[in-house]
Ligand binder design. Structure first.
Ligand code: ACM
Ligand code: ZN
Length: 740
């Protein structure tokens, strides 16, 4: 195979064509042609014959494809540097044809020495075919060859989407357009643009200027403002760009919840009248649009009228998720609406709300999509359900004759860390819930990956979306009845060269490193290991120069340990931070009198004495979670020793139902039976305090001695009265019991 390729190259050389790099380069392109993602239904690649783009290559295209020709010419100029002109001559040409016999998104490709022929059922089908060719060209920069091959291909599902939250963090217009290109490259066809949230309203609405002058900006915590929005002109530009690339932009305007930014601008649309500030914390908020006030509907209809003028999509996403009903329960107008409309409760009021909006959108020729909460209290007649809390929403929707889009937290939440959802997990995603009839199954339109951005400003989005979106697109496009993860993963490795060339700062396939500790000759040692032997690990202590990791590192004092990762000579943007704290208790036996939750074990019984201290993310694998119970532990230090200071840390994030303890007591004993209190610390930090807080509870025990140390932390047990989960069990999160 290699030899024959060389032979072809020598002939091309004699004929005076640009000489392709080498037979190795040809082999690489052939390998790429067999590594296309999503995998085409049928591919036959011949390794001994090539089409080569050169300055004389032309495009031959059906008249109906004229809008597409400009897009393809743009791509080809960017890829090859050649200005490919339109012609009628099919020698040395890229030929684009419509074939009405084919389904809309179906395409075929035939490549031989003199031409590339792409046929599609519609402009979209032809574009998909071209994107396959684009995947093969991106990494070429000397010659531009496509091996002779035949492909027949069509998608399994018609809805293959990415939801990008541009509200929690604002994403620049050009970044959004870059994502449109990336989606098109991988044959995704829906860009679900999340434009409104508690923390920011991002779309200019001419009739309500305060939505953006007020609602697009929040306190940045540093005395300034954070935010941004898209003007209507910018939105038109993005929508046109997407449409030309076969991508439907589905805008999401959240209602009735996740609307604090809008209420900050127009507080009269709330139940209480406000005032409100654009939210700065993450979570679910009580203040939502008042459902009893007709002005709310006038406002939303005005907003949606401007939205419809900007977005040609048949579907408009109306959110509907996570709308607490507290305000409606207390609001006279909302209660009056419940009476007037003969509704039974606030869930039916939400259903009334969504149905009323649906009616308005239907009258304007549009359909609604909403998160699966829109099922509660009765689904609007023509609604499509986006199932996120598992698959149940999708099942319920299709069983009642509605369409559904499937994007469960278990597989499709790309804001989750790869510890929770790794590449293999995404690849195992089966969008069709089990046990559906063929008719019900036909109502599953497809799926989406959800990129929420509470913890992902623009520069981190690539590292969360890639490479996992490669698994998502394959699951939604390809026939994956006989999926083989290893075979898929081999193709992913080949795709990295494309992503490198495009400057995509992809993240990891799974947790890249295990950071652990051990005690060796009484010293705390930091240990690193990676799943991938091709990933080189570097560590930096207290921000000093990074050193390549070869063996466990001795830790003599409290340090910040930053781990970075290199593969194919490129450092990943993601790093891992770990605090190490050597102390007298490290590695000592510990008896746990209360039980930690199986969901937050932080590595088990050793977690409090492993010398690894929890950081600002309570899911970082260091924090141990206790559910509605106190914490009580006894440490055996092995011998009677002087103790100067004892401390332990707790976490509080009231929106996650995690609270500081009421009090912490440390007790000492010489025999393990008779304990004497060494100090009690009463918590003084308000449970209402916002944000993710870490608090040290410590005693100075100068002059004290002990062999056994007992620590008792008293949980508040239940969420307080003012909390949205008042009366529910609460969490206590603890890490590292530091004994000096
Ligand atoms: C959602 O994740 N709240 C739809
Ligand atoms: Zn109200």
């Amino acid at each position: 195979m290699v030899k024959r390729a060389c032979f072809v190259i020598s002939i091309l050389f004699v004929l005076g064509c640009t000489q392709p790099d080498s037979s190795q380069e040809h082999d690489r392109i052939v390998a790429l042609a067999s590594s296309i993602i999503p995998k085409p239904n049928e591919t036959t690649v011949k390794a001994d014959e090539y089409f080569e783009f050169n300055e004389n290559t032309a495009i031959v295209a059906d008249d109906q494809l004229s809008s597409l020709v400009g897009v393809v010419q743009g791509y080809l100029e960017e890829l090859t540097g050649y200005q490919i002109t339109k012609s009628d001559n099919g020698d040395n040409a890229l030929i684009l044809k419509l074939d009405e016999q084919l389904d809309e998104e179906r395409y075929s490709i035939e490549v031989d020495k003199s031409q590339i022929l792409i046929k599609g059922g519609s402009t979209k089908g032809v574009l998909h075919g071209f994107q396959t060719i684009r995947q093969l060209l991106i990494t070429q920069d000397q010659s531009f060859v496509i091996p002779a091959m035949t492909i027949n291909d069509e998608p399994r599902f018609p809805w293959r989407g990415l939801q990008l939250d541009c509200s929690r963090h604002f994403m620049e217009k050009d970044f959004v357009k870059r994502y449109i290109d990336l989606l098109a490259l991988y044959k995704m066809n829906v860009f679900h643009w999340h434009l409104t949230e508690d923390q920011g309203w991002r779309i200019e609405i001419k009739k309500y200027p305060k939505l953006t002058s007020v609602g697009a900006w929040r306190d940045d915590g540093k005395g300034g403002k954070y935010g941004g929005f898209y003007t209507q002109e910018e939105i038109k530009e993005v929508v046109e760009y997407a449409t030309a690339r076969g991508i439907t932009v589905v805008p999401e305007i959240e209602m009735p919840g996740h609307s604090v930014a809008a209420l900050a601008a127009y507080p009269e649309l709330s139940c209480t009248g406000g005032p409100f500030e654009v939210e700065t914390d993450w979570g679910v908020f009580k203040d939502i649009y008042c459902a009893g006030n007709d002005a709310t509907f006038t406002f939303l209809e005005d907003v949606l009228t401007e939205v419809m003028a900007l977005f040609p999509s048949k579907y408009i996403h109306v959110g509907g998720d996570e709308a607490p009903k507290f305000r409606w329960e207390e609001c006279e107008k909302c209660q009056q609406r419940i009476k007037d409309e003969s509704l039974h409760n606030e869930h039916e009021l939400q259903s009334y709300f969504i149905k009323r909006i649906e009616k308005f959108l239907n009258a304007n020729g549009r359909q609604i999509v909403g998160w699966d909460e829109i099922l509660e209290g009765g689904l609007a007649p023509g609604a499509t359900v986006q199932s996120w809390r598992g698959f149940e929403g999708a099942e319920a929707a299709v069983k009642s004759g509605h369409n559904a889009v499937v994007s469960p937290t278990s597989h499709a939440y790309f804001d989750y860390s790869v510890d929770d959802i790794d590449l293999e997990k995404v690849y195992s995603f089966e969008p069709l819930p089990k046990g559906l009839t063929p008719e019900e199954a036909s109502l599953i339109l497809g799926g989406e990956c959800n990129m929420w951005t509470e913890r992902a400003p623009q520069h981190l989005v690539d590292s969360k979306v890639f490479p996992r979106i490669l698994a998502m697109t394959e699951v939604l496009w390809s026939d994956t009845t006989n999926r083989n993860y290893q075979e898929f993963n081999d193709r992913v490795q080949t795709q990295y060269s494309i992503l490198n060339k495009l400057g995509v700062t992809y993240g990891f396939e799974k947790n890249p490193v295990e950071v652990s500790s051990e005690v060796r000759d009484g010293e705390l040692m930091a240990k690193l290991s990676s799943y991938d032997p091709n990933i080189e690990l570097y560590y930096s202590i207290n921000n000093q120069k990074a050193i390549k990791y070869e063996q466990p590192v001795e830790i003599q004092e409290p340090v910040t340990f930053d781990v970075s990762f290199k593969k194919n000579d490129i450092f990943y943007s993601d790093t891992v931070k770990q605090y190490f704290v050597p102390h007298k208790g490290v590695g000592k036996p510990i008896e746990l009198i209360s039980n930690y939750s199986p969901n937050y074990t932080a590595g088990g019984d050793r977690a409090l004495l492993d010398g690894k201290k929890g950081g600002s993310n309570f899911k970082d694998g260091n924090w141990q979670g206790y559910w509605a119970t106190d914490v009580e532990v006894i440490v055996d230090l092995g011998e009677l020793i002087d103790i100067k200071k004892v401390q332990t840390s707790f976490f509080q994030h009231n929106r996650s139902w995690i609270f500081f303890p009421e009090k912490v007591e440390f007790l000492l004993s010489e025999d393990g039976e008779n304990f004497k209190s060494a100090g009690i610390i009463i918590n003084t930090i308000d449970a209402m305090e916002k944000g993710e807080l870490i608090q040290n509870f410590e005693i100075s025990a100068e002059g004290l001695k002990g062999r056994y140390l007992k620590m008792k932390a008293k949980s508040i047990s239940k969420c307080p009265d003012w909390h949205e989960a008042a009366g529910n069990d609460s969490w206590l999160f603890i890490d590292e019991l530091i004994i000096n």
